[in-house]
Design a protein around this ligand. Structure first.
Ligand SMILES: Cc1ncc(COP(=O)(O)O)c(C=O)c1O
Length: 387
């Protein structure tokens, strides 16, 4: 893996509103002395998010991780198995275990990297109670096929929408699908509050339970109706996220243009392929992953980029290879294993300069040319391009 600590070009950078705007809001919060407990800025964030997520009532939460855990709790699933991609971040699966549910790993589609509905269908058994899917790197999961399966088999469907802000499915933002969707507002996302999340529910009764669960399990009276957690979003995080929501459209536009620029710059590299975007989907491009034909090509690119001070990520580290999830491995997941050896995420963020992007693409092109006698890009050349 590339050495992040020395990288002069990070893989991502938070897109922030003008500091003066945030300072004004912080001054107001100090004045009010309301630092948490869903005061003005949590409410403003939820109101604004309703329009952006195409859902009438999103709920703020301290992180997507806690939001997913509490969402499964709110759905009151009976004990059983949940079909989940291994190709995801650990939170998608950890949320199941915190609820005593058993993960059954499904493979992903080789073109979109999202969960493969045909494999899901084959894994459904009398023990199955739910499906967890992920909008991988910001690309909507195959929502239509998953909703059909969930409906046919009476299963709960939870969408890990950590990467989902800005993505669209059949013309709609991603807040209105499945039984629940949970978004992340952490620092690596298109919109950030520093930390934070937003959760949406199809059924108002599930949503109501969630509003108790995110506050320890009670509301105001110290009498837990459910066994909850502290999932409250602080007013400072909520205010930053609220201000940052204004940046979403610009961030999306910029990322789409940057992805196009990378694609043009790497168009002559037949050994690199790209995540496919099915008709009816808009990609949010939280991440951009290159897929190399051979693992040693990825290693060469990763090594050359690291030498030039450019950060990359092998992402995701599939759950079925994690120590904690080895006991749950049943069958093989050939596509996930192939992606594990071939994908490399490269820098993508709003103020990544075009010249730097071009340099990154050149390093990748050079790394693919045969032999070790290629020109090595030095840290100095990258720093110069970034200036
Ligand atoms: C797919 C996925 N799910 C969940 C999370 C957890 O989000 P958070 O950091 O807001 O808890 C992440 C984090 O990046 C993620 O990538």
């Amino acid at each position: 893996m590339a050495a992040d600590t020395n990288a002069s070009i990070p893989i991502t950078r938070p897109h922030l509103p003008p500091v003066e705007r945030f300072t004004e809001v912080v001054a107001e919060i100090f004045q009010s002395r309301m630092l948490s407990n869903f005061a003005k800025y949590s409410r403003l964030l939820e109101e604004r998010a309703a329009t952006i997520l195409d859902h009438p009532s999103p709920y703020s939460v301290s992180s997507c991780d806690i939001g997913l855990t509490l969402a499964w709790q709110a759905l009151e699933c009976p004990p059983g198995e949940v079909i989940v991609p291994s190709f995801t971040f650990c939170s998608t699966v950890n949320a199941l275990r915190w609820n005593g549910l058993v993960p059954v790993f499904a493979d992903v589609d080789p073109k979109t990297y999202c969960i493969d509905p045909e494999h899901v269908r084959r894994l459904i058994s009398p023990r199955t109670v739910g499906i967890a899917a992920v909008h991988v790197f910001g690309l909507p999961a195959p929502i239509g096929a998953l909703e059909t399966l969930a409906h046919e088999h009476g299963l709960r469907l939870v969408l890990d929408a950590a990467h989902g802000l800005g993505g669209r499915y059949q013309g709609k933002a991603l807040g209105g699908f499945g039984d629940a969707s949970v978004f992340s507002l952490s620092g690596t996302k298109l919109v950030t509050g520093g930390e934070g999340g937003l959760a949406t529910f199809r059924d108002p009764a599930d949503a109501e339970r969630f509003t108790f669960l995110r506050v320890y399990g009670f509301k105001g009276d110290y009498n837990c109706r459910h066994i909850g957690l502290n999932g409250k979003l602080s007013e400072l995080n909520a205010a930053l996220a609220w201000l940052s929501l204004d940046l979403l459209e610009t961030a999306l536009e910029r990322r789409h243009a940057q992805v196009e620029r990378y694609r043009r710059a790497l168009a002559e590299c037949p050994d690199i392929s790209w995540q496919a975007i099915p008709a009816g989907c808009v990609h949010g491009f939280k991440d951009l992953a290159l897929r190399f034909r051979k693992p040693d090509q990825r290693l060469a690119a990763e090594t050359e980029l690291a030498a030039a001070g450019i950060m990359t990520k092998r992402y995701f580290f599939p759950a079925h290879h994690m120590e904690a999830y080895k006991p749950f491995v049943r069958g093989r997941l050939p596509v996930t294993d192939e992606l594990r050896e071939r994908l490399l995420c490269i820098p993508l963020y709003h103020d990544l300069a075009d010249e730097t992007l071009d340099t990154i693409a050149s390093v990748i092109r050079q790394s693919l040319t045969a032999g070790r006698d290629t020109v090595r890009f030095t840290r100095t050349s990258v720093d110069h391009a970034a200036a």
